[in-house]
Write a protein that binds this ligand. Structure first.
Ligand SMILES: *Cc1c(COP(=O)(O)O)cnc(C)c1O
Length: 374
């Protein structure tokens, strides 16, 4: 005799209309993909030095200005490679001698490790905090750049962005936060991110909002040190000003980002997005607080991210079984960040994700857990 376990069937009314809750790549609105299909013959496979593609760079640049309303003098630069490539750019162009880093998860650790490996920089100052919290970053002697992470995507902790000291550039990895968490850009000199999180696009590009001080530092350091050509930030900025990129950009990614910017700007821009994400995150955290098996991982409510929400499960409820059952029902990518190694789920509630779907998600999780408990 063989025993088979029948997979849990989540009732249709509890299934989100869209089951993508990943922290990046994340949900891309189907309407944007449909628009891409419509415009594809005149855009994809055409020269990136000609108007159709130049217009997409301009559209993204202008859409970002409308969305973020950056302070006077701030500029937008973009290029290929994602936020990870911008870390290399920062190593070469934005840190002069020594940086200090808020280290509180995988992404902030990774950037710190890259800085520490650069032979021309001093070993960085690490200001660490346990996963699930963020450190307080204070002024450090001999430091010319502070590296903050607006949302540590691996743990679901958000930190406020404010200058730790009057001197020193503030470099903010805002990859998952940008577009969903509020920010005062006067407190940052480089606010950088990738388009596959709040901007509901595909990966492959980095985008940075740069202060005049950051541009000045980048120009000065380029004149002083060898910088690999693709990491040349002043060259990327000069290209972006002309609606170009240093090399061929990810054109579909640009287009989808432009669609998402238009969509968010039509709803009220960053202020709308911040409120929308907060409402969805509140639903998740309130659900966890009421649940007899779920608890928000981030103990201090003021440190909880409103874009990437981490929820611990009690030991007797195996999160990987829950996520496996959800996956079999088309609800994907809410597994905990692997290296964090916790019995938890991690749910992204970026602007493209509907509140109604987040509500169905928690109902679906409750359904699966009730089923597992028998
Ligand atoms: C996703 C993410 C990155 C990496 O982005 P890539 O586009 O893959 O380079 C870096 N930092 C944070 C905080 C992230 O969430």
């Amino acid at each position: 005799m063989t025993t088979t376990t029948t997979p849990i069937q989540i009732p249709t009314e509890l299934r989100p209309a869209d089951g993508r809750f990943g922290s990046g790549p994340s949900k891309v609105r189907q309407e944007a993909v449909d628009r891409l299909r419509d415009v594809a013959p005149g855009l994809l496979g055409t020269s990136h030095r000609r108007p159709p593609v130049l217009q997409q760079v301009r559209r993204v640049r202008e859409g970002l200005v409308t969305f973020f309303r950056p302070p006077d003098g701030y500029e937008i630069a973009l290029g290929n490679g994602g936020a990870s490539l911008f870390w290399d750019i920062a190593v070469h162009h934005l840190i002069e001698h020594r940086s200090a880093h808020a280290v509180f998860g995988e992404f902030s650790s990774k950037f710190t490790g890259m800085v520490s490996a650069a032979p021309f920089l001093a070993d960085p100052v690490r200001i660490e905090a346990e996963p699930g919290t963020h450190p307080e970053v204070t002024a450090q002697d001999g430091v010319d750049a502070y590296a903050l992470t607006h949302c540590e995507t691996s743990t679901g902790v958000a930190m406020p962005i404010s200058r730790p000291a009057p001197e020193g550039l503030v470099l903010v990895d805002a990859t998952s936060a940008a577009g969903g968490l509020s920010v005062d850009l006067t407190q940052a000199d480089a606010y950088y991110f990738s388009p596959q999180k709040c901007f509901a696009s595909d990966g492959g590009l980095w985008v940075a909002l740069l202060s005049p001080a950051a541009v000045e530092r980048a120009q000065r350091l380029t004149a002083q040190r060898y910088v690999p050509a693709l990491l040349d930030l002043p060259a990327a900025l000069a290209a972006t000003r002309k609606d170009q990129t240093i090399n061929t950009p990810a054109i579909a990614t640009l287009f989808l980002m432009g669609e998402q910017l238009d969509w968010m700007n039509a709803r009220g821009g960053l202020a709308w997005a911040v409120e929308d994400c907060a409402r969805k995150a509140a639903h998740l955290y309130d659900w966890a607080a009421r649940s007899d098996y779920a608890t928000p991982f981030v103990a201090d409510p003021s440190q909880r991210s409103n874009v990437v929400c981490t929820i611990d499960f009690a030991d007797e409820v195996a999160a990987d079984e829950v996520t496996g059952a959800l996956r079999a029902n088309g609800i994907v990518d809410i597994e905990a960040y692997r290296k964090l190694g916790r019995n938890q789920v991690r749910v992204a509630v970026f602007p493209a994700v509907d509140l109604a779907d987040v509500e169905r998600l928690t109902a679906a999780i409750d359904y699966v857990v009730a089923h597992m408990r028998g």
